[in-house]
Write a protein that binds this ligand. Sequence first.
Ligand SMILES: NC(=O)c1ccc[n+]([C@@H]2O[C@H](COP(=O)([O-])OP(=O)(O)OC[C@H]3O[C@@H](n4cnc5c(N)ncnc54)[C@H](OP(=O)(O)O)[C@@H]3O)[C@@H](O)[C@H]2O)c1
Length: 327
Amino acid sequence: MDERVFRRSGQWASVIGLGTWQLGADWGDVDDKEALAVLETAAEAGVTFFDTADVYGDGRSEETIASFLRGRPDLHVLVATKMGRRSEQLPGNYVLDNFRAWNDRSRRNLGIDRVDLVQLHCPPTPVYSSDAVFDALDTLVEEERIAAYGVSVETCAQALTAIARPNVASVQIILNPFRMKPLYEVLPAARAAGVGIIARVPLASGLLSGRYTKDTVFAADDHRTFNRHGEAFDQGETFSGVDYATGVEAAAEFAALAPEGYTPAQLALRWIVEQDGVTTVIPGARNPEQARANAAAAKLPPLPEATFTAIRELYERRIRAEVEPRW
Ligand SMILES: NC(=O)c1ccc[n+]([C@@H]2O[C@H](COP(=O)([O-])OP(=O)(O)OC[C@H]3O[C@@H](n4cnc5c(N)ncnc54)[C@H](OP(=O)(O)O)[C@@H]3O)[C@@H](O)[C@H]2O)c1
């Protein structure tokens, strides 16, 4: 699979990576065997970038990645984890001593001495403006605990503040056919600064696959049941912040735009891969079939211009007014 470089760190990632929140928790049940099969299938399909976090299944996702990679010393995969969400969301918690402790735990879970890429996990907004926070992250690099660092953000404003920091290697942000605002300023700024963009929630939590109806029932312990209105964490992480009923209708229109040979999910992934400035896209997969289909989107032909136009028109008509003011 094609790889793209994070210019500031010199690290490479497949254009389609793998999100591993599903291998931890919050998506109903994904058992250990299935979780390993997802990693195996993705790697076989050429995926060389795994995104995880210390909080996914309280470490289960990191540990599953470790047990997968342990038996495969020749396999090169860039593993990006995140830290900061196991503590109370207070700016005062983002200090060097805590960073060291959080990093120690991730290194243990991942079974490695140095983390390839660590991302602050959607910290409170004041954290992005703190020189001390970024000095502390530089210290983690000097101490060889991490090779590089980035941030995962909720809003475009947070992304722009982070991009202005000299040593931020990556910004992870929601970008998909129902979340286009990052195209206006964030992607151009990241390109100019050499900051890599990791596009998350690329399928709007599965909505863009066109499989759900207004009657679809998700498991009680799936965030698509318990976080629809932001009850547990930012509402933007669930269905990209799109109201479910609106999203189901808009997703049916989106699915009808898929050219022959593309599933709707692959159309969404391909649309993201082709945005200038995107380094890697990280769809989550709950089974090997999804992982395989998502990786295959990297090899599909470029989309016709008319498809971009039609997707934009759908976004303007059904989604933009609801989502853009918030994120
Ligand atoms: N704050 C943060 O930093 C943050 C927040 C959110 C996510 N992330 C990262 O971003 C990754 C991706 O986002 P996400 O997992 O939330 O959302 P997503 O990738 O937009 O959606 C994942 C869901 O889409 C469905 N799906 C996946 N592949 C499919 C296919 N080929 N065909 C049909 N349906 C498919 C599955 O739904 P079903 O379960 O219904 O089968 C899957 O659970 C996460 O895994 C995580 O690594 C980070």
